[in-house]
Design a protein around this ligand. Structure first.
Ligand code: RTP
Length: 155
């Protein structure tokens, strides 16, 4: 009998202010898709934090609108843990534009997004970005192999 094991991976998932009111529904779907929520943090971003979080987009024409949106209300950050978490979460959320996401009505952006800016959720685009976002949002967390995370100093 052959068995394949895939490494547990972490990604950052964000419920943006426009979807904050549907947070509990989204969390239920996250669990149904087999993710564990290894860490969570709820915060209202300052302009500085929002600009840092989306630093790679600072030359885009939508950057100011994006930052305005991200500071408009509370944001819910999660570290999701699962096999193939980065790609799995991106598949669950769907494309950036909720209209396009509607090609698969099961995607979260199809269900909770409003438009290309207010598209309900964010996901890391690759494992390096995931690590960088984890550091920006959660500080230096120590990862242990089963995908759970601990804060520095915690047993
Ligand atoms: P990715 O980079 O992995 O594709 O991520 P994404 O789907 O979140 O979309 P991305 O193109 O990276 O853009 C980041 C966020 O900026 C807002 N946005 N607005 N008005 C617009 O044309 C526009 N384009 C992007 C969205 O909130 C998007 O999630």
């Amino acid at each position: 009998e052959l068995k394949f094991f895939f490494p547990v991976e972490q990604t950052v998932a964000v419920i943006k202010p426009d979807a904050y009111g549907t947070k509990e529904e989204i969390i239920k779907k996250i669990h149904e898709a087999g993710f564990r929520i290894a860490a969570r943090k709820e915060t209202k971003l300052t302009r500085e934090m929002a600009e840092e979080f989306y630093a790679d987009h600072k030359d885009k024409e939508y950057f100011n609108d994006l930052v305005e949106h991200m500071v408009s209300g509370p944001t819910f950050f999660m570290i999701l843990s699962r096999e193939d978490a980065v790609e799995g979460w991106r598949a669950l959320i769907g494309p950036t534009d909720p209209e396009k996401a509607k090609e698969n009505p099961e995607t979260l952006r199809a269900q909770y997004g409003t438009d290309v800016l207010r598209n309900a959720v964010h996901g890391s685009s690759n494992p390096d970005h995931a690590k960088e976002s984890i550091r920006k949002i959660f500080g230096d967390l120590k990862f242990i192999p089963d995908g759970t995370v601990k804060e520095e100093g915690e047993e």
